[in-house]
Write a protein that binds this ligand. Sequence first.
Ligand SMILES: [Fe+2]
Ligand SMILES: [Fe+2]
Length: 332
Amino acid sequence: MIRVTKGHRLRVIPDPAAASLDRSLADQVISALGVVLRLSVARGIGPVVMSGVALRREDWSRERSLLRPAKLTPALVEAAPALDLSRPWVPESLLPLYGTQSHAALSDAQRLRYNQAYGRQLLEEFIWLERYLILAPVARLSQASRLDPDVSSVLRSFASDESHHVASFAKLRELAIKASEPKVSTSLFNPPRSVCAFARLAARFPIKFAFWTTVIQDLEDYAVKVGQTYKRDRTVDTAFQDVFVAHAQDEARHCRYDRLLTAWLRPGGPMNSFHERVADVFQSRYRSTSWGLDGPIRELAEVHPEIAGKVNDMIADAAAVRRSGLSPIPTE
Ligand SMILES: [Fe+2]
Ligand SMILES: [Fe+2]
């Protein structure tokens, strides 16, 4: 699973403690969300209200002058070489099991299968995050009336880039499923209801619940580091490498948009600490060890039944790594 980080350092929250610490606020937010959504459906939602928010016009104007077409597009995926089943699809250091005894004990064939299953999960995770935590709230913001023309242009370009990214990751995932033997069809990334509820909150009320700007800032910083890790890796499959390196080139620009969005939608004051707190709750639920670690391990056990008895130990090892908060990307 992508580790959504805070700035350049992982925010380490011991899992059980985090769950109880955050349960109260999370339950309040989710329960408020239910009420607000029911009222909204009943009454209809007007245009996003833009008054009372700070806008650094010169920064947006500069970004408008720097707009570029997306590097990662479905055309790039179509032009990439066929997927190579004999190579890893993900740099080893990005794997949730990397550095564990369970991982070291696997045979080369088992390690490769786990790697490629996680490669598909990584694609699904980027698709989910970019679709629901970037595209959806940005599209909602773009519908606002009286939007500054520079902001409007940058948001349209941002949404267009992420649409290309989602389509490109989906195309690569399709190719990965076709290439995998024996055939696979299951989805490996299925966030729990509470995580999905937070995403719906961001999509529906991108200003009132602006925690998502912190989450995507961390995500896009992480995407840049993932691309750098792919670029350095000489063993990884070329198509996966091309896709994640191109993605990182677009994400470097998006990191600036994320900072502008945060400054615009969250201009300090008590509400900002609310948004930060909600972002923390989202991240602790997102990084919970209770989901997201088992899919590639179970797929490995289906293909290599000889390790079926080790599945629980492997999941426990992956959970320990996630709890430790160790960066999945080695520092240079
Ligand atoms: Fe992206
Ligand atoms: Fe992005």
